[in-house]
Design a protein around this ligand. Structure first.
Ligand SMILES: Cc1ncc(COP(=O)(O)O)c(C=O)c1O
Length: 444
């Protein structure tokens, strides 16, 4: 299969990444173990494809992040639901103390259903509907971040009609050097648009202006874009404080923290990134914010973090079976597996490690790994070094937690079950769909 050059990760990268498998995975007697449960046992019980989640790894990731930011006195970690809003995943995080960053009425409904207190819910998004704004107004959530002037006016009108006051922030756009700049969100700091929005918000009677928000991208691999962003935001806060008298309760820097062993192949690079650790992000962000607010003599706001990928990427893998093998063009060895981009929509853009479920010890060969869908883009890995495979063998596709379950599709097949593993325990947290599930909403 011809892939654009930039999408082909090299084998050196593969080796580097495979040396650092997530801690919950190991081989015992050559068989892949997920925590203390054998992958073969899961395959036999639930079939393939199968999403498997390590509960321990979710907890570890969350607590590691919490500790990494402990140098800042007040932090709210609001897990970015859209990354993976499987209720069982969110529940584990809420039990650890995480709040929720939501971007739709459905996500807000889910957060409330899971018992998240309004004081830990942040509502974002560039196009909130009236229905969503009504739910927000009714719910008294901690912070709704407006993305446009028009949205501020609409929140105010809806709040007025309901006789409520809404806690708002504004999503601002700092100028940062990032590998991929997100341009469609927020209001520019540099052109003065963000300041104007705050001035207008301060005039609107039904808004309580309490926050400033920025989310500068995803899979950010070094601390510089954050520190650049924080400096510009605090400078703006200081001006707003001086001229409009607004005191900021929340300073929300969004998510975006790069995931180790997970390489962005889009838009231009296929190299193995070695992102800053979460400890490095935590220290640098906390210090920069503390220094900046102290320099401008501002009170310390609560630092809001909206992590997605860094929490949920590595705790999830997909077990998949080899449906067949073939050689294309006389030389390219390929395997076709039963999981495809219907389950891992971003597979063509992000690198997913692929490992055998049974490590036969046979010499490795380079293969392309294709999904089962009738579309050219259904490719999970190119030029991967794997033991010689035959139909009926199993593979694990790693780093599969972000934008997989929440974006998985019923394209020609029902969606598979999801199992959560804790130590020796395994439990079904979403059953596999049936044909009837897919047809349930249709009217003949
Ligand atoms: C506003 C906002 N916050 C948080 C996130 C989570 O980002 P990440 O998964 O890169 O941490 C996103 C994702 O794009 C987002 O749009």
């Amino acid at each position: 299969m011809q892939m654009p050059e930039e999408m082909i990760a090299n084998n050196e990268g593969d080796n580097l990444l495979l040396n650092k498998l997530p801690g919950y995975i190991r081989y015992k007697n050559n068989e892949l173990m997920i925590e203390d449960v054998s992958a073969m046992e899961l395959v036999r019980e639930y079939g393939t494809p199968l999403f498997v989640i390590s509960e321990k790894q979710i907890r570890q990731n969350y607590n590691r992040m919490r500790r990494a930011f402990s140098g800042y006195p007040k932090c709210l970690i609001a897990y970015s639901y859209k990354t993976n809003y499987l209720p069982a995943v969110c529940n584990v995080l809420h039990k650890e103390g995480a709040g929720a960053e939501v971007v739709s009425a459905f996500e807000l409904h889910l957060a409330r259903k899971l018992g998240v207190s309004s004081s830990k819910i942040i509502f974002n998004g560039p196009g909130k509907s009236d229905r969503e704004l009504e739910m927000i107004v009714d719910d008294d959530i901690a912070l709704v971040n407006a993305d446009s002037m028009d949205e501020l006016e609409r929140i105010d009108r809806i709040a007025e009609a309901k006789g409520e006051i809404v806690n708002v922030g504004i999503r601002v756009k700092p100028e940062v050097r990032n590998y991929f700049v997100w341009s469609k969100f927020g209001m520019d700091i540099a052109t003065g648009q963000a300041f104007k929005a705050y001035r207008r918000a301060s005039e609107l009677k039904n808004l309580n202006v309490v926050g400033m928000h920025a989310h500068i991208g995803t899979q950010i691999c070094n601390t510089r874009p954050y520190t650049e962003s924080i400096r510009q935001m605090v400078k703006l806060m200081s001006r707003i404080n001086a001229e409009l008298g607004i005191e900021f309760k929340y300073f929300d820097i969004g998510g975006g923290f790069g995931v180790p062993g997970f390489t962005p192949l889009f838009p231009t690079e296929a190299k193995v990134e070695n992102p800053a650790t979460i400890e490095e992000f935590g220290e640098s962000i906390s210090k920069t914010l503390l220094t900046c607010v102290s320099d401008y003599k501002l009170p310390e706001p609560t630092l809001v973090l909206e992590p997605g990928r860094i929490i949920i990427t590595d705790p999830v893998l997909i077990l998949t079976m080899v449906e067949g093998t073939k050689v294309i063009g006389g030389s390219t060895k390929t395997v076709v597996v039963d999981a495809g981009v219907n389950l891992l929509m971003f597979a063509p853009y992000y690198y997913h490690r692929i490992v055998p479920v049974v490590n036969t010890g046979s010499a490795k060969e380079a293969v392309d790994v294709y999904g089962p869908l009738c579309m050219q883009m259904d490719v999970l890995g190119v030029n991967r070094k794997l033991p010689v495979l035959k139909r009926g063998d199993f593979l694990a596709i790693l780093d599969a937690g972000a934008y997989s379950i929440s974006l998985s599709q019923q394209f020609i097949r029902p969606r598979p079950p999801v199992v959560m593993v804790t130590g020796r325990r395994k439990r079904l947290v979403r059953r596999g769909e049936t044909f009837e599930d897919i047809l349930r909403l249709d009217i003949l």
